[in-house]
Design a protein around this ligand. Structure first.
Ligand code: TRP
Length: 346
């Protein structure tokens, strides 16, 4: 079996301002992975256009998500940070994968069914083949580890299926042309734990989401201190005081969510939070949570504002990242063409 060097790949869509759920659920992990791995972090703009995006807004959102990456602590010297459309190998490999993946596989994707809704006939064909592009994103770097949320697990499994089928379909050519016994690694999902699942501030049973109509349901990374405090003050709760153990959070989704956010922001556990705050009313707990949230998040918002005031810097980070990404992706794509027979080396 070929042993592939470990490489992390992940991406977020530039469709809206990032929020606390993205930060605690994904970004915190991405930042930590920089310590141990070579990481490629992408702003997946080609994924964004699978549903119509206003062009001016898209252009702004690409910069804004990049600024959020940097403000949260992704380091453009250590990691590769870029936007997907600038490295054409993503789209090129995605086409090859469109020809590897099967209709039946894509027909099973639950996210397509959700996003397309009742009007399937009117969904873009890009939305249907989106998971093939996601597989290409990862595999054009021979990525081995992919930190993603639970909702992307099925797409990751599809990426593995595509890698496996490519390796099988082209096994003879891979071997004959000196590309080892396995061309692509099977990328592993690193599913971020339930402790970091951030729920809506208006409904503890729903994920915090950029598509929720209510701004009050989420804390945006661009919110200022007053907005953060206000959203926490108004967050839905129940009338009981906090329990002193996590068992007491069962059946109390809003309480569980606020305790979970407190723990994640404070770098501790829900048990530890309840040890300190068990028995407290929300009227006392919420100001403590607001203070912690402001302390953790307002420097990020401030740094984003600073970065967005000088878009030249953000653009330079993206240009440099794209160049370094291409340096990895181009030779792999050349090998893909060799294996498939599109362009034979030598
Ligand atoms: N589909 C992912 C999402 O919506 C974003 C994404 C695109 C991605 N390509 C990726 C994530 C590759 C991980 C790896 O969240």
């Amino acid at each position: 079996m070929t042993k592939f060097p470990e490489r992390v790949f992940s991406g977020m869509q530039p469709t809206d301002t990032l929020h606390l759920g993205n930060y605690l659920g994904a970004m915190v992990n991405w930042i930590a992975m920089q310590e141990t791995h070579e990481c490629v972090y992408c702003v997946v703009d080609l994924h964004a256009i699978t549903v119509f995006q206003d062009p001016d807004q898209l252009a702004n959102n690409i910069r804004e998500v990049t600024a959020a990456y940097l403000a949260c602590g992704l380091d453009p010297k250590r990691s590769i940070i870029f936007n997907q459309s600038q490295v054409h190998e993503h789209a090129e490999l995605a086409w090859v994968f469109n020809c590897v993946a099967r209709m039946g596989w894509l027909n099973r994707m639950t996210q397509f069914k959700e996003k397309a809704g009742k009007d399937r006939e009117n969904a873009s064909t890009g939305l249907f083949v989106y998971p093939n592009l996601m597989a290409a994103d990862i595999l054009v770097y021979k990525g081995t580890h992919v930190p993603v949320g639970e909702d992307q697990k099925q797409h990751l499994e599809l990426s593995r299926d595509i890698a496996q089928k490519f390796n099988n379909d082209f096994a003879a050519s891979i071997a004959a042309h000196g590309h080892g016994d396995q061309f692509f690694p099977l990328p592993e999902p690193m599913i971020t734990g339930p402790a970091t699942r951030v729920m809506s501030l208006r409904d503890g049973t729903k994920k915090m989401s950029k598509s929720d109509a209510s701004e009050m349901s989420r804390i945006a990374l661009t919110d200022d201190s007053d907005q953060i405090a206000q959203k926490i003050r108004k967050a839905k709760t129940d009338p009981e005081p906090l329990p002193s153990e996590t068992k007491g959070l069962e059946g109390r989704p809003e309480a569980e969510n606020l305790v979970g956010i407190f723990a994640a922001l404070g770098g501790t556990t829900p048990d530890a939070v309840l040890k300190d705050h068990g028995g407290a009313q929300f009227s006392a707990f919420k100001p403590a949570l607001a203070e912690l949230a402001v302390a953790r998040l307002s420097p990020i918002a401030a740094e984003m504002r600073r970065l967005l005031a000088e878009p030249g810097h953000v653009d330079a980070v993206l240009a440099d990242g794209a160049e370094r990404a291409r340096a990895i992706a181009a030779p792999i794509m050349r090998d893909v063409k060799d294996v498939v027979g599109l362009l034979r080396a030598g």
